[in-house]
Design a protein around this ligand. Structure first.
Ligand SMILES: [Zn+2]
Length: 261
């Protein structure tokens, strides 16, 4: 059981059709390096402070120098879905964060130390924002993209996805990009499973957000997350018995996405 887990960051997901994809997969066994030993010498920390940390050990020392406690080991991951996660006393951080600035590293420390509450949400913003920033410059263009004016909304939706994943799905879903669609008129939202090199994504209708508001959009997001759960657990994507059961479990009315009127 993960005590806390940030997943997601949509555009982050796009960073790497090839290499540095910053949307990370908890379920993939990729492991780059481990740093252990609960105690680090102060001198090492001071040195780590000056240059970008080069490996797991240096990153752990840096985070400790910034106030990280109760973590015995840091694992750098190269998998695609998990940016930062803490399970027991083991911290996993995607290797893309080796290049992050102090503000982002501070957010990682805050995320781990404040497992709940406002401080944690703010930290998630910074951590996800960093991954999104990386991908904006290196991601290949998607066919359908979020309108620039809706970017902030898309980011809020991705954070909501990470929070709902933790709160309602026990953190079992992968992070996916959440896109705001201005074209989507007849549906409120849509989940597309990964295929042909394109990663999975969730799209939420901008018109739906505008007309029905955030709370209603959260229901739609949860609805699409149930479809995501179906896809990730090898179930058919439908509104059948299992869909309805899971929908009730995560706290939404088990109905098909209604059309925007
Ligand atoms: Zn549906």
């Amino acid at each position: 059981m993960l005590s806390s887990l940030i997943q997601g960051a949509g555009r982050a997901a796009k960073i790497a059709q090839d290499a540095a994809q910053l949307v990370f997969g908890w379920d993939e066994p990729a492991v780059a390096a481990t740093a252990g030993s609960p105690s680090e010498a102060g001198g090492d920390m001071a040195r780590a402070e000056r240059a970008a940390p080069a490996d797991a050990s240096a990153l752990l020392a840096r985070l400790r120098s910034m106030g990280l406690r109760h973590v015995d080991a840091l694992l750098l991951t190269t998998n695609r879905r998990t940016m930062v996660s803490i399970k027991g006393r083991m911290l996993r951080v995607h290797e893309g964060y080796l290049a992050a600035g102090n503000d982002v590293l501070t957010a990682i420390v805050a995320f781990v130390m404040a497992r709940r509450g406002a401080g944690r949400t703010a930290a998630m913003h910074v951590i996800i924002g960093y991954a999104r920033g990386l991908t904006e410059h290196s991601a290949p263009a998607r066919v359908a993209r979020t309108h620039p004016a809706d970017e902030a909304l898309a980011e809020r939706l991705e954070i909501a996805h990470a929070e709902l994943n933790e709160a309602r799905f026990g953190g079992e879903l992968q992070g996916v990009p959440v896109r705001v669609s201005r074209r989507m008129k007849s549906r409120l939202g849509h989940y597309s499973p990964a295929r042909g090199g394109e990663g999975a994504e969730i799209a939420i209708s901008q018109q739906h957000l505008k007309k029905h508001g955030w709370a209603s959009a959260m229901e739609t997001l949860l609805h699409e997350m149930v479809h995501q759960w179906q896809a990730e657990t090898g179930r058919p994507l439908d509104h059948g018995t299992q869909f309805r059961k899971k929908a009730r479990e995560v706290g939404i009315r088990p109905r098909a996405t209604r059309a925007v009127d």
